[in-house]
Design a protein around this ligand. Sequence first.
Ligand code: FAD
Length: 429
Amino acid sequence: MAWDFSTEPEFEQKLEWMRTFVRDEIYPLETLDLDEATFRRLTDPLREEVKKQGLWAAHLDPELGGQGFGQVKLGLMHEILGSSIFAPTIFGNQAPDSGNAELIAIGATDEQKQQWLWPLLEGKLRSAFSMTEPETAGSDPTLLKTRAVRDGDEWVINGHKWFTSNGSSADFLVLMAITNPDVHPYQGASMIIVPVDTPGVDIVRDVPTMAEPDTEFGRYGNHSEIYYRDVRVPYENLIGNEGDGFVLAQKRLGPGRIHHCMRWLGQSKRAFDMLCERALSRYAFGSTLAEKQTVQNWIADSAAEMQAARLLTLHAAWKMDQEGSSKARVEIAMIKYFGATVLYNVIDRAIQIHGALGYSTDLPLEAMYRHARAARLYDGADEVHKVTVARQILKSYEPHDMPSEHIPTRREAAKQKFAAMLDQATANA
Ligand SMILES: Cc1cc2nc3c(=O)[nH]c(=O)nc-3n(C[C@H](O)[C@H](O)[C@H](O)COP(=O)(O)OP(=O)(O)OC[C@H]3O[C@@H](n4cnc5c(N)ncnc54)[C@H](O)[C@@H]3O)c2cc1C
């Protein structure tokens, strides 16, 4: 089947509008150290402009107020938005709210949609996804310990989570907990909506990280550590059915992962532009850096790696559009680790070419580098995605005692196959 990543000319015009808008209106905001309220004041008119252009929450289906673009168009769009850390919030598709909205949309009742989904989509409420625990391996959620026990028409929740992104600035948490320990964990976990102001929800801190070592509590983008102690929420806060936790998590994480990969293309390109600009501008040892072979290698390698990442991303997006996200599991896993490594390497080279300036906070590269490191961990560590890819690939192979390409064995088989002709050739010689 032919792959087709092309889009109609009208959409190309929209992409061009986005490029200019992000560069002229959003990049300048990155240089100001704004508090939450001022940021909101400055960016609300930009959000209105995005809505007027019909580009708000483009990841969602039209019945949810989105544009129903499909993944290939989204890929091209996210590539532009990903270049600035602020752009996704101005286009209404920032993680984790975008993934949570999709998850709630899949499993929510009408009442839940009224109470949580519509306000989330309008930007009136904020959400966080609370799955990873410090005591159990996040890579293997079958080990989750947080328990939700039904008591009449309520859930009683006890557990300990961390790295709940935006937990301290969210209005509600989408919690993954074990609701039935007597069945296989794939059927025993559920998702439950927990408002953050419910008694027993104790957000003890925002975990300082490589990206934000000195962050203030409650800042948007922080990663919270949360204790749930005898937290009681109504039974109807369950999303979907009891035991749907893993299915919903997969539905949320598939698209969420590829949206990260799309955004990384934009981050990589921005670092690459800085790399090329500096190569042409800096002079040392008798020539510009652009004339040094090592630097040429960086440029050539980065360009090829970025192109490979772009094609892998668009191909995964195309497959999701054609066959759905579960059929594109391998493609999504592949671009998740490949894209994260490309991002990291391109930023690293861009820092290197700028020398001390690249290491300083006078350029955005050091912050990009710190954020990029996390890409190899969140939404599944590289190694776990590699396991998925390798397992699927190996399904189309069989073990052989002797390698099937073993030349002496093949020679014997070939001799038998052509025996008559070989005998003839020998007789004629
Ligand atoms: C910036 C950031 C944001 C995050 N946001 C959220 C969020 O919003 N909500 C949430 O619930 N979680 C969030 N997480 C947590 C994230 O999902 C987990 O960190 C991730 O799933 C890995 O789990 P872990 O940290 O417990 O590491 P572990 O599971 O302990 O794994 C540690 C390491 O072990 C190795 N490893 C694991 N399995 C295998 C394997 N099969 N083969 C080979 N090696 C393996 C890998 O190198 C891995 O990095 C976030 C994490 C980060 C860094």
